[in-house]
Design a protein around this ligand. Sequence first.
Ligand SMILES: [Zn+2]
Length: 74
Amino acid sequence: MAEYCSQCSPFKNEFDINLLRIAMKLKNGRSINFVCEGCNNRAVYKDENGNLFLAKRERDEIKLHPVKIEDLMY
Ligand SMILES: [Zn+2]
């Protein structure tokens, strides 16, 4: 079965990868990897200062995009 993250799930309120929940439980300096089959999101990373990043696969590279916790609510 395909796994979708909360940003791209075609099913409202139904997704396997809850980005918000992942971000909330992440400790500083850690990341959690996942594979979303609906979009290019590949990991959530929190740096030593508590800044959040979304790692996206772009072409053959993984790029970090700064995000706020609010950005992950939907
Ligand atoms: Zn996704």
